[in-house]
Design a protein around this ligand. Structure first.
Ligand SMILES: *[C@@H]1O[C@H](CO)[C@@H](O)[C@H](O)[C@H]1NC(C)=O
Ligand SMILES: *[C@@H]1O[C@H](CO)[C@@H](O)[C@H](O)[C@H]1NC(C)=O
Ligand SMILES: *[C@@H]1O[C@H](CO)[C@@H](O)[C@H](O)[C@H]1NC(C)=O
Ligand SMILES: *[C@@H]1O[C@H](CO)[C@@H](O)[C@H](O)[C@H]1NC(C)=O
Ligand SMILES: *[C@@H]1O[C@H](CO)[C@@H](O)[C@H](O)[C@H]1NC(C)=O
Ligand SMILES: *[C@@H]1O[C@H](CO)[C@@H](O)[C@H](O)[C@H]1NC(C)=O
Length: 757
């Protein structure tokens, strides 16, 4: 069996070796007791203590504590488990009533089993009075200095006890209790100890301790205040001398009362028994109001006094309660001996409702619901919010802040935009206004137990509708505009430039529109009408598309959404409103062997490409320059130029191969056709690139790529030309990857709506 014993020793030692973590244990010497405080979060509320002395370890259970001078309290508001041990407790090591050592074990079962063996030595600085009475939470204790005990013999009612003392055949100490007028037969100390009493004779003192509610104690009403009294007389006959000690404890058992208006009142008699002169009252509470009237001491404690503890409690509603650890000391003088009475009580208020309040601080002009939730206690936290039943995802249109509130905990300020998706809207046609409303349901948690409490409030506001918000994203082939919420679509229309978007217009221009009353999605392919282009290089260019949200009734522009996306350049031609032609063309089919696109040129052979690679060249030039030819035809102005290789022009048939590039502008849209300095068109021109011979310029065939073919072309003349010329071009340039016809809107001249928005 030896190994079992060893194992036990090893595990015990390893448990003993662990020190208590820093900051969770506090051991203090108070005037009349050791005070050991352990964090609840470390020990849990089922932590246990054992008192230790040379004879062993003694579990501090409830009855044992009351008998032996220990008090254990678990306080949620303070977050502590507290063990108080009287300096005269059963297992304290006492030296000369001056130095006291208390050894104990702390047993923690939470998370892991652990035993901590600890001790504390105290030498109280407060001198002992000849008589001391302690009214603890669970017991009464009396200490009497052995020189003063004779004084009790003066009283008449003690003759009876003297009689018992003389007739007693034993010199052992005996005890006799007095209860009201009854006299109770004396018993031996050992019998009395079995009944829960504790007696001790130290070098200088007699000590007597009784739990509350013993059969030998009684309740006396003193000035209408219940006082529990225990009166024991110890006696011993030693030869001709009777030694007699009168030990009386009287403790107010008033529970404290809550008074409306925020006070807790505790009452105790000015003197617990008639006779003594009251010399001093001290209350261990700054801010408590102490009044002595009709021989009664009344202590009024305001709820918000420093040193009070409050705790929130959620159960249906939100409540709070306060607890106060009251220490009271009264000094009396009688028979020329001083008595010190110390009383300790924990006063707790009933559960008091703790209403929260909400304040509507919404600002209609800012289209913002702002709601303040105030008077939230410190130990209550907001953990989530529901807006109209939906979990609030805190975003740009919904945010909250924790705000300190002087004297009354804290508050939460919530901002929710009228346009947040969670807000409901209802349209009142007659007034042309919307009613916005949101039900807010706050989920609050009471710490540390995480008990939940819900608080809800509804706010509404009337305001004009706000135009829908669209977002735009780039794709490889175009731009997608998207409105997640397209409510009250009868109020709004979408404009592209000066025209209004309809399903017919979308079909005509190649836009793809999906529209139901909740969502709107518009896909605009690059090169479709309405696009604007910038920063064209051989690699990439920027395409910009703008849509306008207009109020349907007035056509007033309410909002504009402009999106610019980069696109990969293959081939394109652009005829700008300020009179510039920009062309990226694939020259591979007209490039003579040995030449590269960089050596190509326009009709004016000194106009070369701005950029070129193996197959393509980029030209950008004013319409009126580089040898362009101008022609008027059917109400249009046509600017035409040609890309070719001039060096080898006579060598072969291929040398005459060239691309014809042209821009067509409707004549009525041109303001400054003949101005040398400036060109200005209402709309961008229609571009085309075709192949042909130099001599066949007028009959040049338009080249249309697959992308363009798939779409209806914006202007009839162009379409006709393309159709008639398609066949011969295809025959020759069958593998041409295609050229796109594009339109460009005005540069540097924003639409009036943009400025407004
Ligand atoms: C009291 O505790 C200390 C460590 O805190 C230890 O060194 C000492 O031996 C203990 N004394 C007794 C009497 O247990
Ligand atoms: C004190 O006694 C008087 C007379 O009995 C009574 O009117 C008064 O209310 C008492 N005061 C208190 C605080 O009980
Ligand atoms: C709420 O909105 C107001 C007014 O716009 C602003 O001052 C405040 O900082 C906002 N608070 C939060 C928490 O977003
Ligand atoms: C708030 O939310 C809680 C939990 O979802 C629910 O039990 C409660 O009924 C809600 N209160 C209101 C007024 O809707
Ligand atoms: C809240 O505040 C807004 C703005 O001041 C106001 O229009 C509305 O009537 C108020 N009341 C409620 C119950 O929402
Ligand atoms: C979308 O559809 C609604 C009805 O279904 C119609 O009133 C509205 O004009 C449409 N929007 C557009 C931009 O065509």
């Amino acid at each position: 069996m030896a190994w079992i014993f060893d194992l036990w020793v090893v595990s015990l030692l390893s448990a003993l070796a662990d020190p208590v973590p820093d900051g969770v244990l506090d051991m203090e010497c108070h005037d009349r007791s050791f005070v050991i405080a352990v964090d609840l979060s470390f020990a849990g509320d089922d932590a246990r203590f054992e008192a230790v002395d040379g004879t062993g370890a003694y579990a501090i259970t409830e009855p044992y504590a009351a008998k032996c001078g220990y008090t254990v309290t678990v306080s949620q508001p303070s977050g502590l488990v507290e063990l108080r041990s009287s300096y005269f407790s059963c297992h304290t090591d006492k030296q000369d009533d001056r130095v006291f050592t208390f050894s104990f074990k702390l047993l923690v079962t939470r998370e892991r089993d652990a035993v901590y063996t600890l001790n504390k030595t105290c030498s109280p600085s407060l001198a002992w009075s000849p008589r001391e009475v302690s009214c603890e939470l669970n017991y009464m204790e009396v200490l009497v200095k052995n020189q003063v005990s004779c004084a009790a013999g003066k009283k008449d009612d003690n003759w009876n006890i003297l009689r018992h003392a003389h007739s007693s055949s034993t010199s052992d100490w005996q005890v006799m209790f007095q209860r009201d007028e009854d006299e109770i037969a004396p018993t031996s100390l050992s019998d009395a100890r079995k009944q829960g009493y504790a007696f001790e004779v130290t070098d200088g003192r007699f000590m007597f301790r009784a739990p509350y509610g013993q059969p030998d104690s009684f309740i006396a009403m003193v000035n209408n205040i219940p006082v529990e009294v225990v009166h024991a007389t110890l006696f011993s006959r030693q030869r001709w001398l009777v030694v007699m000690v009168d030990l009386v404890a009287a403790c107010s058992t008033h529970q404290g009362a809550y008074e409306d208006g925020g006070h807790v009142v505790f009452k105790t008699p000015e003197a617990p028994y008639p006779g003594p002169d009251v010399t001093r009252i001290r209350v261990g509470f700054d801010g408590a109001d102490v009044v002595t009237e009709n021989e009664t001491v009344q202590i009024r404690i305001p709820l918000d006094v420093k040193g009070g503890l409050r705790k929130s409690f959620a159960s249906g509603g939100l409540y709070e309660f306060y607890t106060f650890h009251l220490d009271l000391e009264q000094m009396f003088e009688d028979d020329e001996a001083e008595t010190r009475l110390r009383l300790r009580r924990i006063l707790t208020t009933p559960l008091l409702p703790r209403p929260l309040f909400t304040q509507n601080r919404s600002v209609v002009e800012e289209r913002l619901f702002q709601v303040y939730l105030g008077d939230v206690p410190e130990d209550v936290r907001l953990i989530s919010l529901r807006l109209n039943g939906r979990e609030a995802p805190f975003t740009n249109s919904c945010s909250f802040a924790d705000v300190a509130q002087p004297a009354h905990g804290h508050g939460y300020l919530l901002n929710v935009s009228f346009d947040d998706p969670a807000v409901t809207q209802q349209y009142y046609e007659v007034y042309r206004t919307l009613q916005y409303s949101v039900d807010i349901n706050y989920t609050l948690s009471v710490l540390p137990e995480n008990e939940l409490y819900y608080h809800s409030v509804s706010v509404t506001a009337l305001a004009g509708p706000s135009p829908p918000v669209l977002d735009a994203v780039c794709s490889e082939s175009g731009i997608r505009f998207n409105a997640d919420r397209w409510a009250f679509d009868f109020l709004w229309s979408i404009g592209v430039g000066s025209v209004t978007l309809t399903p017919e217009l979308a079909t005509q221009r190649g836009y793809e529109m999906r529209n139901d009353s909740q969502r709107l999605q518009l896909d605009v392919p690059v090169y479709s009408q309405g696009f604007r282009y910038e920063e064209i290089t051989l690699k990439r260019f920027l395409g910009t598309f703008e849509i306008l949200i207009k109020e349907r009734l007035t056509s007033a522009v309410q909002r504009s959404i402009t999106k610019t996306c980069p696109f990969v350049t293959s081939e394109l031609i652009m005829c700008s409103t300020d009179g510039r032609m920009t062309v990226v063309a694939d020259l591979s089919l007209i490039t003579p062997s040995g030449a590269t696109p960089s050596s190509s040129n326009l009709l004016d052979v000194f106009c070369g490409p701005a950029e070129a690679d193996d197959a393509r060249a980029l030209f950008s030039f004013p319409l009126n320059s580089c040898g362009s030819k101008v022609k008027l035809s059917k109400g249009n102005v046509i600017y035409r130029n040609e890309i070719f290789y001039s060096k080898n022009s006579d060598d072969s048939e291929e040398a005459n191969e060239r691309l014809v590039v042209q821009c067509t502008y409707p004549l009525e849209g041109l303001h400054r056709l003949f101005s040398t300095y400036r060109f200005e068109s209402d709309d961008p021109g229609t571009g085309s690139v075709s192949s042909g011979r130099l001599t066949a310029g007028s009959g040049a065939a338009a080249l249309r790529g697959p992308v363009a073919t798939a779409r209806a072309l914006p202007t009839p003349p162009k379409t006709t030309a393309a159709r008639t010329a398609a066949a011969p071009v295809r025959k020759r340039l069958g593998s041409n990857p295609g050229v796109h016809y594009i339109r460009v809107s005005k540069h540097g001249k924003p639409h009036p709506a943009v400025r407004k928005g």
